[in-house]
Design a protein around this ligand. Sequence first.
Ligand SMILES: Nc1ncnc2c1ncn2[C@@H]1O[C@H](COP(=O)(O)OP(=O)(O)O)[C@@H](O)[C@H]1O
Ligand SMILES: [Mg+2]
Length: 147
Amino acid sequence: MTGQPMRGEYLSRSAAETREYARRFASGLGPGDVVCLTGQLGAGKTEFMRGIAEVCGCDEQLSSPTFSLMNIYEGVLRGRPVELHHFDLYRLESEKELDAAGFDDYLSGPFLSVVEWGDRFASLDRRYTCRVTLEITGDEQRKIVIS
Ligand SMILES: Nc1ncnc2c1ncn2[C@@H]1O[C@H](COP(=O)(O)OP(=O)(O)O)[C@@H](O)[C@H]1O
Ligand SMILES: [Mg+2]
């Protein structure tokens, strides 16, 4: 955890604007941060993740993790190598599956972790250093709350 991640409420009017907010947000993150990303399907969680990956210079490695539980990208943040851990818990059914996946180990360490559907399992609550909630408020409009 390095800088001060931004907090507050923002209104995005396009996917590009969401990525822009995500880039600003990510510039205050550091290794050890674990970001909980929440919002319904299509809210823009993966778009937001893309902005974070852009800051880490690894957006080209990005693929939607909806079909895989986790992806690991090699990035650079403020001149230092960083492992970006990208999770999508949408398909996980139970805490048991979460344990079996060894999820805990991937969250612990000098990584920058971003967890889509991070609110699905209450046991993870204590692991998060920031929360980002995206809400669909129009066709291309999203409310973004960072806390
Ligand atoms: N303001 C916006 N912010 C983010 N995505 C938007 C916005 N407006 C439209 N979209 C579209 O909504 C979809 C969001 O998809 P995605 O990021 O995969 O959502 P999620 O990961 O939350 O299911 C994309 O097709 C994107 O182009
Ligand atoms: Mg997604």
